[in-house]
Design a protein around this ligand. Structure first.
Ligand code: ZN
Length: 303
């Protein structure tokens, strides 16, 4: 039986999401290191997905509205890749895989790596369906890796019943005409974990796909989410903005101190309007203070 502990094991701890401060009421004390003055130079030191967009949201646990960073979540994005690995690694312990299956694609069959990938990408899931049809319980996480020549092969972490190698081999050969399959027992969760991190960390963007990892619906007891706010079901997005969060913050909160709760959540202390912002966003120059209307202005008709 898998030991269930509330404490994450040491090898998982280093990948735990950034700690979110105690956000119950009195939020974050003034002068906290989480307070960041919104100026572009400061923001450029804070790592963020370069193609993220913005959402404004509310959540009953915060007294102020919050800004959410919506990352692109692509493997090709360096920032999102490391967050995705972190989210997967954090959850792998709970998924308790017990087997590692490697499915190899024969390089003589297809004319080039991309065709080999197109012809085989759906085959691992077909293989698992066939095994399930034989009343075998099987949940998987599939990682697509490429060999030096660029041909894909599939590493699958499984949580499954005993799987006879000859059966898998026969099925894989029928599906892909390739016959090399390797199945081994995962006795040490740490090995499964370091395997995952090792392979995923060196993945570079493949030209023809951004889908490096997929997993069956029940593989993770709790689906890994890259952003902490996705786990807070009380979060209600009120508006989505097609602008980078840091651009948005500079535009509306220039020189204000805001609290960065996590890489994906900022506390907005108030709702300024564009005209209140003392800085013109396009030129980044200080605006002249708005002139107060004279009493006479009030009586001028609108044209
Ligand atoms: Zn990204």
């Amino acid at each position: 039986m898998n030991e269930k502990t509330t404490e994450a094991p040491p090898h998982v701890k280093q990948f735990m999401p950034d700690t979110v401060p105690n956000v119950e009421k009195n939020i974050v004390p003034p002068g906290s290191p989480l307070s960041i003055k919104i100026i572009p130079e400061r923001l450029s030191n804070v790592t963020c997905c370069p193609t993220a967009t913005t959402a404004l949201a509310t959540s009953p646990i915060f007294e102020s509205p919050i800004l959410l960073v919506l990352p692109c979540k692509r493997w090709g994005c360096q920032v999102c890749r490391s967050q995705k690995i972190r989210a997967l690694a954090f959850n792998i312990h709970a998924a308790a895989p017990n087997r590692l299956l490697t499915l190899t694609v024969d390089t003589d069959i297809d004319p080039n790596p991309e065709v080999a990938w197109l012809n085989t990408r759906d085959k691992p899931s077909e293989l698992f369906r066939a095994l399930r049809a034989r009343k075998l319980s099987i949940e998987y996480l599939k990682v697509t890796e490429v060999t030096k020549k660029g041909y894909p092969h599939y590493h699958c972490l499984l949580r499954s019943d005993y799987l006879p190698q000859p059966v898998i081999k026969a099925l894989w050969t029928r599906l892909t005409r390739s016959s090399i399959v390797d199945i081994r027992i995962v006795t040490n969760q740490f090995n499964a974990f370091s395997y995952l991190v090792k392979y995923l960390s060196k993945i570079s963007s493949l030209e023809w796909t951004d889908r490096h990892v997929s997993y069956s619906r029940k593989f993770f007891p709790v689906p890994p989410s890259q952003t902490d706010w996705e786990n807070d079901i009380s979060t209600k997005i009120t508006r989505r903005i097609d602008e980078h969060p840091y651009a948005y913050l500079t535009r509306f909160y220039y020189r204000r101190e805001l609290t960065r709760l996590s890489p994906y959540r900022w506390l907005l202390n108030d709702y300024p309007t564009a005209s209140e912002n003392p800085v013109d966003y396009d030129t980044l120059k200080i605006r002249k203070p708005a002139t107060q209307p004279t009493p006479m202005d009030k009586w001028l008709p609108d044209f």
